[in-house]
Design a protein around this ligand. Sequence first.
Ligand code: PA5
Length: 434
Amino acid sequence: MIKVDISNVWGQLSLPDLLSTEKEVSAAHRTLTERSGAGNDFLGWLDLPTAEETEEMQRIRLAAEQIRQSSDVFVVIGIGGSYLGPRAAIELLQGANHNIGKGKGDPQIFFAGNSLSTRYWNELCRLLEGKDFSIAIISKSGTTTEPAIATRSLRWMLERKYGTDGARKRIYAITDPCKGALRQMAEEEGWETFVIPPDVGGRYSVLTAVGLLPMAVAGIDIRQVMRGAYEAVKAYDLRSFENPVWLYAAIRNLLYRNGKVMELFESFEPGFKMLGGWWQQLFGESEGKDGKGIFPVTAEFTADLHSLGQMIQQGARNIFETMVRFAPPQQTHTIGSDYKNLDGLNYLAGKTLDYVDEQAYLGTLAAHVDGGVPVITMDVGELDEAKLGELFYFLELSCGISAYMLGVNPFNQPGVEFYKRNMFQLLGKPGYEN
Ligand code: PA5
């Protein structure tokens, strides 16, 4: 199980405070699993984890193998919940620089359709020059502007390069099983499709083909990811404060009620950045409504200690931190001895980088707690495919329970529509003239 250590929130909260929330957490958990609360038609993610490989997963693995053999580059088109999960998974397991040295057999993976930046588009085009590539278009609604624009251009590039028939074998669509422009287009054009179940919202979709196809193309064993998530469904069903999900959901709500309106979700692993982005969307879109919600911010230490560190230590006392820890990798790096010692680092000679990292973590923790910032520690342990599946489910469940405790519907996102309406009106989209 993932361990949640709350010993560094005492002083700001007390044990009786925590115990006073027991009925509330229990009710929120029940509301979720009995599917009796607001947004209960979007709880399909509870049933996604599986111990047995499904037919859809087999098709995903076959498609991934085909993409791996035929492509130097795989472009994943999508935004929000149709983008962050796969990128988070790949970067957490393989590092932010996972593309270095890759090509046919083990393709590079790039993401598109998650911005409207011309610079980014030009870079992508340069990168695809002379390369064999395939694309996956991910959009549940099938109508989101950013991925739709990227799709139109990339499919034309494929058709010019390989002809209509050749391109058809390199385009995969992941969308709603029945409705939306992408579904219609995929059927008309004969692209292979995978399903985002109608009862699974974007930010809870990482364990559908949305996350699984890109993961499989990256060489990640998706059966292990699903196995980890499946084990997590059982493990985190525990109805007491022995359940770390309960601790996390209860403590963040208590801190919020005590004026801690911002949560920093951070780790000492650079490969964690996109997982932080995925978490930010999960909690931000689920909780930020009706004038409520903890503002989610993600940070990467030690890098951000040299930028955000000052603010955390001595700025407005309205934040708390959740520090995510992973067990160190097998392969260690030892700091060498230098006979001149001009950099003064010989006091670290013979020590591993992990040892130094651990001291940085302990020092940071003590400093921030001394500075009046409550810190929750989340110890994930060994990081592998199964653990990744567990972590995704753990955070999704925590989010559902926490949002119900906050008194909001965790599964809608009405606020996201406002910018789109303005943009469509400015762009002159038919139907948005007024
Ligand atoms: O969580 C969500 O629902 C959103 O972030 C969506 O995933 C995002 O807007 C993309 O939508 P779609 O998959 O319909 O293109």
